[in-house]
Design a protein around this ligand. Structure first.
Ligand code: KG4
Ligand code: ZN
Length: 350
């Protein structure tokens, strides 16, 4: 089966063609970073307008790259939530129109399911059940995955998502947008041990650790450290960035270690934009090898938002016989745990 997938939930326009037999045939991505940079964050209305401009040319581009025309497509998938409503609606309206014009089955995909399944496009794959750590600008989730669509939430952030904490801390340090990767790059120049920030919600009491994550306190600790400095030099910024990154990564690591042991699982899938973070990747690799297990990441370019993960998830759901009718719309809020196994007894045709 060949699935044409679309992603437009935030500030990246992604289009891809995925084939269940041959893998990823082509993917095209346009990032709106420059468009939003002067505002220091994503401006929803500008994001929607830019998706309108980019969807058709990127679609032409993937067909040209794959050397196919639309007749080769067996189904169409699009991120239908969660995300910015206007941005979602652009992608949903465009892809629904293609499904109608070409008379192809259509399926709406949960953005975080796209991230979660992205590592399954690689040659080395986990076996079920595994835990998935989903770390993006909007989510920090640890999920037990029994099968595609069968997700049990173990941990989530009670306040900021970890990517959001990276972005807000970067802003606080006066770093340019997008903050996360810039802060991570600056941390490489930091001197270890000059600053230390606590790891919230990681204390074990009577053998139990709080289930959830919390990252907003970390940002406050950074603010207090900055206020104590007479002036903030470039080296101070790098040292603070390093201490921040160590605390954020360690908070994720401690929770993963505890929950993997609790669940008796030694396979971890990591996905979402923060999954591109080098320190996080190295620490989790070390943890899982100590546990005699393995950690699975998507290739670097598929960590952040992209159309390939949506084409892949769409392919799996369409192959299982699932499809949505063309009244489907965007869903800005959509808990991942509401999803069902495709084709399973509880799956409902809408
Ligand atoms: O998954 P994603 O592209 O979009 C959302 O669905 O949110 O994730 C974007 C997030 C941003 O918060 C960005 O700062 C963060 O991922 N990010 C990073 C790195 N690369 C992207 N955070 C830390 N280190 C990185 N190398
Ligand atoms: Zn994302």
């Amino acid at each position: 089966m060949i699935c044409l997938g679309f992603e437009s939930s935030c500030d990246e326009t992604g289009v891809a063609l995925y084939c269940s037999e041959r893998g990823l045939l082509a993917h095209a991505l346009y990032s709106q970073i420059e468009l939003h940079a002067e505002y220091g964050g994503v401006v929803p209305e500008l994001a929607s307008r830019d998706h309108v401009r980019k969807l058709a040319p990127l679609t032409e581009q993937v067909f040209a790259e794959a050397g196919l025309d639309w007749g080769a497509v067996d189904g169409i998938a699009c991120t239908s939530g969660p995300g910015l409503l206007g941005a979602l609606l652009v992608g949903v309206a465009y892809s629904r129109s293609l499904a109608l014009a070409w008379n192809k089955p259509f399926v709406g995909i949960h953005h975080m399911e796209g991230h979660l399944l992205a590592p399954l496009m690689e040659a080395e794959q986990p076996s079920y059940p595994f835990l998935a750590l989903l770390v993006s600008g909007g989510h920090t989730l640890l999920v037990r995955v029994e099968a595609i669509g069968d997700y049990r939430l173990i941990s989530e952030s009670i306040d900021d998502a970890v990517g959001e904490a990276f972005d807000k801390t970067a802003k606080l340090l006066g770093l340019p947008y997008p903050g996360g990767p810039v802060l991570a790059a600056l941390a490489e120049q930091g001197e270890p041990g000059r600053f230390y920030f606590k790891r919230p919600m990681t204390k074990i009491d009577h053998g139990k650790m709080p289930e959830n994550f919390s990252f907003s306190g970390l940002k406050t600790q950074v603010l207090q450290a900055v206020k104590k400095l007479p002036e903030v030099t470039e080296q101070d910024k790098a040292d603070i960035a390093l201490a921040f990154e160590e605390s954020a990564v360690d908070s994720l690591l401690i929770k993963c270690r505890h929950m993997l042991k609790r669940e008796g699982i030694n396979q971890l899938v990591v996905a979402g934009g923060v999954g591109a973070n080098k320190k996080l990747r190295a620490e989790l690799n070390r943890l899982l090898s100590e546990m005699g297990g393995q950690v699975f990441f998507p290739r670097h370019e598929l960590c952040t938002d992209n159309g390939a993960m949506i084409a892949y998830a769409g392919c799996q759901r369409l192959l299982a016989g699932e499809s949505d009718d063309l009244t489907i719309t965007g869903r800005p809020r959509w808990p991942l745990t509401e999803l069902k196994r495709p084709g399973g007894p509880e799956s409902v045709d809408v």
